[in-house]
Design a protein around this ligand. Structure first.
Ligand code: FMN
Length: 200
């Protein structure tokens, strides 16, 4: 099993925050080792506690461990640039959202305008929890969502948002050249570019 290559993390916060926010990043080099279902359920447990509009909890997750029968068919839906590294991951978590919500005081279902927004919060909780447990989680939108939905037998009124790739960080030398050069935590825009006071 390959060792994780040393990583220099140049991330700096402009204001004090907990270190976990700077330490979570999305590697592509993985060891290919297996992950147990209880370990991954802790990631999903964290997602469960995300806030959502009216506590509607519109997130839905489908777990595929690398030895599961659906692994190969789901892997086949990935773009070539993602297939180049996802093969050494330990699990895929399909992140979907349910588009409808019960109308207050009624059994009727109405569109939930916040389903995607709330599901994004759950994904972020899950990714942070994975990092705290010593695993990496790398979101990907680069796959055929229609084909993915078929593999996953996704019901109507759901949106397949992304796949969360789960793995133990491995050695960057296992990656193709272009990806190896990018195998480090990236930076962010300055706060001043997206935070304003009073009005936009
Ligand atoms: C919804 C979503 C889709 C993404 N799609 C891809 C993808 O298809 N392939 C990929 O290599 N990375 C993908 N990423 C990873 C982002 O490029 C990465 O999160 C971003 O550069 C910030 O880096 P960090 O996660 O290391 O902090 C995706 C991330 C998110 C949240």
């Amino acid at each position: 099993m390959s060792q994780a290559s040393p990583i220099v993390n140049h991330r700096n916060a402009e204001f004090p925050i907990d270190a976990q926010f700077l330490e979570r990043w999305s590697p592509r080099a993985f060891t290919g080792e297996l992950i147990s279902e209880p370990e991954i359920m802790s990631f999903l447990e964290a997602a469960r506690w995300a806030p959502s509009s009216n506590n509607g909890q519109p997130w839905r997750f489908v777990l595929i461990l690398r030895n599961d029968p659906e692994w190969d068919t789901l892997f086949a839906t990935l773009n070539a640039n993602n297939q180049a590294w996802v093969g050494k991951a330990s699990a895929l978590i399909a992140v979907a959202s349910y588009q409808l919500v019960a109308k207050a005081g009624s059994p009727d279902l109405i569109p939930n305008a916040m389903h995607a927004f709330d599901t994004g919060a759950a994904w972020a909780y899950m990714a942070l929890q994975a990092n705290l447990q010593g695993w990496a989680m790398h979101g990907i939108g680069g796959f055929d969502k229609e084909a993915g939905a078929q593999v996953l037998k996704m019901p109507v009124h759901h949106t397949l948002q992304m796949l969360a790739v789960v793995g133990k960080r491995g050695d960057a030398s296992t990656l193709p050249d272009t990806l190896r050069q990018r195998e480090a935590p990236n930076d962010r825009k300055p706060l001043s570019s997206f935070v304003k006071r009073g009005t936009f």
